[in-house]
Design a protein around this ligand. Structure first.
Ligand code: FAD
Length: 413
């Protein structure tokens, strides 16, 4: 290393963790954390939940500003990285200056996908990613009457749940034939469909949006692809996110639905690492490449990249987990159910608290839990330990699954 230090682009969950881990692991070179946002790195999940509901809810910093000062982390807020020059080994910033680096972490996250439809740029049509977006939505939401949410994924449904709690008329338009189709199995989709309908939202499946209607620049409604019109004074776009790969691509790094990294999070240039929403990595459980969008993934990969940068690379081997709070219901997912061939239920949906254990053949690969936090925690430990409880044990609520977890539960393939 030449003493230039490490530059981290992106002050979100992953970037902040990478900086903290570098210091915790004894790295004493320069650490610069470049963030396009104005706020000290903060928790994103509340933005679609408590922050929207309560106008007095403040942002929750991941770490206090004093942490960065004490740890001698040069936190550059409101600063955008404009280019990476790999030959020169530097990052160019929007103020025209350049930051030389020995190691570089790309933690640029993702941005909301904006549908290519007429009316998407009207006033009152809002996506949600940043605190600024959330403030804009919150300002409008409390005075709105009719809210249309385009997209029945996690974020869209969380906002829909919040808007219903605030007494708004809520319509969710989902193009596919079930909710949250990318990450949950049909049984969970159905349960949440019933919940949202029970709370009074109109959930329209297999209903792609056609265009957004407006009057003098303001959104007034949405027209479905089938030609039906729905009034709206607020339209939320929740159709997923696109990884921020522009810098990596322009620098000539390998990019394919995210920055392509190896199992230590190293990109196609060994000085560069990518983590979190922007990283495309081979998942140990699936045996194929994937990009995940979750706090746990960003934080754990931030830690992994930092370890590699201090000379202790290790393969990324964490059990992924996610959560989503909709209305007053908590959905928690451990593992990935994509390759599941069968599933076993523990508890009853009609009781409002149940889990679904998913198996690929005989192997437990994922556990989805609705208001059953203990099953979720256990699922994470069972999957990490490679323990697959038999179906009849899982289905038996009196069975003590905890006893199946080995005391020193080391992750296993
Ligand atoms: P981010 O946290 O998005 O950080 C990326 C940062 O990089 C941003 O601040 C961006 O401005 C900055 N950046 C990008 N380009 C540049 C540049 N050129 N120069 C400088 N800075 C740049 N996950 C869960 O597990 N549970 C939840 O309940 C949950 N709820 C969510 C609710 C909302 C509303 C959103 C938006 C996300 C939610 N997520 C949730 C997902 C989770 O927040 C993300 O997966 C996580 O933030 C990813 O972390 P990251 O560090 O990869 O990216």
């Amino acid at each position: 290393m030449s003493g230039h230090g490490i530059v981290i682009i992106g002050g979100g969950h992953g970037g902040s963790q990478a900086a903290a881990t570098l210091r915790a692991e004894g790295y004493d070179g320069r650490v610069t954390l470049v963030s396009a946002e104005v706020e000290v790195p903060y928790q994103r999940p509340p933005l679609s939940k408590a922050f929207l509901k309560d106008p007095t809810h403040a942002l929750l910093p991941l770490r206090p500003q004093s942490f960065y000062e004490k740890q001698n982390i040069d936190l550059r807020l409101l600063t955008e990285a404009r280019a990476i020059d790999l030959a020169a080994g530097e990052v160019r910033l929007d103020d025209g200056s350049a930051l030389p680096f020995d190691g570089l972490v790309l933690a640029t996250g993702a941005r909301p996908r904006i549908p290519p439809i007429a009316g998407a740029s009207l006033d009152g049509v809002l996506p949600l990613r940043t605190a600024e977006d959330a403030r804009r939505i919150r300002d409008r939401l409390h005075g709105a009457t009719d809210v249309v949410v385009v997209g029945g994924g996690f974020i869209g449904l969380e906002i829909a749940g919040t808007a219903r709690l605030l007494g708004k008329n809520v319509t969710v338009l989902e193009a596919l034939d079930r909710l949250m189709a990318r990450l949950v199995t049909p049984e969970i989709s159905q349960h949440f469909l019933d919940l949202h309908r029970g709370w009074g939202s109109s959930i329209r499946l297999a209903t792609p949006v056609g265009r957004i209607l407006g009057d003098r620049g303001w959104a007034t409604g949405v027209e479905t692809a089938g030609g039906e019109r729905i009034d709206a004074d607020l339209v939320i776009l929740g159709i997923g996110a696109v990884p921020n790969t522009g810098l990596a691509e322009a620098a000539g790094l390998a990019v394919d639905n995210g920055v392509v990294v190896d199992r230590t999070m190293a990109a196609s240039d060994p000085r560069v690492f990518a983590i979190g929403d922007v990283a495309n990595f081979e998942h140990w459980q699936l045996g194929r490449r994937i990009r995940l969008e979750s706090v746990q993934n960003a934080v754990d990969q931030g830690r992994n990249a930092a370890l590699a940068l201090v000379g202790r690379p290790q393969p990324f081997h964490e059990v992924p987990w996610f959560w989503s709070d909709q209305g007053d219901v908590k959905l928690q997912m451990a593992g990935l159910a994509f390759d599941a061939t069968r599933s076993v239920r523990r508890g009853r949906p009609e009781d409002g608290s149940f889990s679904v254990f998913h198996y690929a053949g005989e192997r437990l690969v994922a556990v989805d839990s609705v208001n059953r936090a203990a099953d979720h925690m256990l699922g994470r430990r069972l999957i990490a330990a490679g323990v697959s409880p038999p179906a009849e044990v899982v289905a038996d609520l009196s069975a003590d699954l905890k006893s199946l977890v080995p005391r020193t539960a080391a992750p296993s393939h």
